[in-house]
Design a protein around this ligand. Structure first.
Ligand code: SF4
Ligand code: SF4
Length: 462
């Protein structure tokens, strides 16, 4: 495959694209019309540094988010399955040369215990995370996915399992697809090839192209639900944003479907890390880049993880994030009852998390801010594929599907897992949202379904 990232081209756009007030406004208007931006248009937003224009970009992202995603925020939890790794990535605690790191791979029983613990808090969507190691081959990944789907604890079940693992070959991707995975995520970490070579010191991951083309192989294998990402702080954030947009338009051109999600983890507290600190991203730059990504790719879900503090997460949520993790514990085996977030074992973690709130604390806060926390997985199970394209392109999709489904999954949570105080606040929010809805047959059906949830029926959706 012809390499589709051309550093000269990206820098050319960044250095040669002026950001006049008129042009910035035109670009924001195009995005609000729900059109993906070109590289040149993304560069216009990147080059708009004036405070007033930055504010307009943020407000544009906020308006687009409300238009495309409504008030629902989808929640998930990461589950680390194993931290064996043959690579040496300079920014990661799991690197093979880190002899202090305890190496653990969950047994089947351990995995079941972790999933039960997650289900008992109300989680319905997981992302399984693995180091890169021959032991974590496609069969192993597929087996763990099947195990997770089979675990039921009380009313709890996992309805969607996403994967964050090493690139596979086409046959390998077919094997994991057969286990009914949701999204397969492979983050490029940095799109800048020279920097990539500097931070990937040894191991298979040193091969920039094998990683860059990973999700093309996934597409060849029939997995059209893929997640891309960059680790901000390794190289200039402007280049990485352009790289993510270039990766997106590559997918659109070749497969007629963009990435399902974009992630943008950020390196913080890098003092102990063996990396160049010149490119660490400040909070202000981070907020800006999230708003630019929101405008550049209106139809793709943006994921913000618990690496960020609760304050930053609350702030950035408004500028376009549609999914967050909640109640996260990245210590391997950390979800079972005997462990908790306050006592994390750093010798079992890949990086530090900074939002230690429990799932219920996050639910509570979202409700307080009038967001509808959602565990919805209805599209995958109802066979509505290309969900984000749908919600983006079909008028009324959010009103007809996302919001009512978010309300139903919230009601399930309130019935099965919420403490009394959250339950009261949650039902108050549901009542308010019902009042805001048009009086039509659809609202009636939702009221009926909500009643059924109260009576004990589960997994109802539109
Ligand atoms: Fe291994 Fe992934 Fe960490 Fe690199 S980032 S050392 S591949 S676990
Ligand atoms: Fe996602 Fe579809 Fe549910 Fe909307 S209805 S939240 S697009 S699964």
């Amino acid at each position: 495959m012809k390499p589709f990232i051309d550093a000269g081209e990206i820098w050319g756009y960044i250095h040669q694209t002026p950001a006049t007030k008129e042009r910035v406004r035109e670009v924001i208007a195009k995005s609000l019309d729900k059109h993906r931006l070109t590289l040149e248009e993304t560069a216009v937003l990147i080059n708009a540094c004036d405070t007033e224009l930055v504010e307009e970009i943020k407000q544009g992202a906020k308006a687009l988010k409300e238009k495309v995603y409504g008030q629902r925020i989808v929640l998930f939890a990461p589950l680390y399955v194993g931290n064996l790794c043959i690579n040496n990535c300079a920014y990661c605690g799991y690197q093979a040369s880190n002899k202090k790191m305890k190496r653990v791979t969950l047994t089947n029983e351990d995995l079941i215990e972790q999933v039960k613990a997650l289900e008992d808090t109300g989680q319905k969507r997981l992302i399984l995370v693995y180091g890169e190691h021959p032991r974590y081959n496609a069969e192993f990944i597929a087996d763990t996915v099947r195990t997770v789907y089979s675990v039921k604890s009380g009313p709890g079940e996992i309805r969607r399992v996403n994967i964050n693992a090493a690139p596979l070959d086409i046959d390998g991707f077919r094997t994991v697809k057969d286990a009914k995975i949701g999204t397969y995520q492979v983050f490029q970490e940095t799109y800048h090839e020279e920097t990539y070579a500097k931070v990937h010191l040894s191991g298979v991951k040193r091969n920039y192209e094998w990683r860059l083309t990973a999700l093309d192989r996934a597409q060849e294998a029939g997995i059209d639900d893929v997640g891309i990402g960059a680790l901000f702080g390794l190289y200039d954030w402007r280049f990485e944003v352009m790289g993510l947009v270039r990766h997106t338009n590559h997918f659109e051109a070749c497969y007629n479907v963009g990435p399902h999600t974009i992630s943008f983890p950020r390196i913080q507290y890098a003092s102990a890390l063996n990396i160049n600190k010149d490119h660490l991203v400040s909070d202000a730059e981070f907020t800006r880049l999230v708003a630019i990504l929101r405008l550049a790719v209106p139809y793709t879900g943006l994921i913000l993880t618990a690496r960020e503090t609760s304050a930053i997460r609350d702030e950035i949520l408004q500028f376009g994030v549609s999914q967050i993790d909640g109640g996260t514990n990245i210590e391997i085996g950390g979800y079972s009852a005997k462990k908790d977030n306050e006592h994390q074992d750093i010798d079992l973690e890949q990086f530090q998390i900074n939002d230690n709130r429990s799932l219920n604390e996050i639910m509570d806060e979202l409700i307080q801010h009038k967001y509808i926390p959602s565990f919805c997985t209805s599209c995958y199970r109802a066979g509505r594929t290309g969900e984000h394209f749908m919600e983006f392109s079909v008028p009324g999709f959010i009103k007809r599907f996302c919001q009512p489904n978010a309300m139903l999954t919230l009601a399930e949570y309130l019935e099965d897992y919420a403490p009394a105080e959250t339950k009261e606040k949650g039902y108050k929010l549901l009542d308010e949202k019902l009042v805001e809805m048009d009086e039509d047959g659809f609202k009636e059906k939702l009221v009926e379904k909500l009643k059924l949830v109260k009576e004990g029926k589960r997994d109802l959706y539109f």
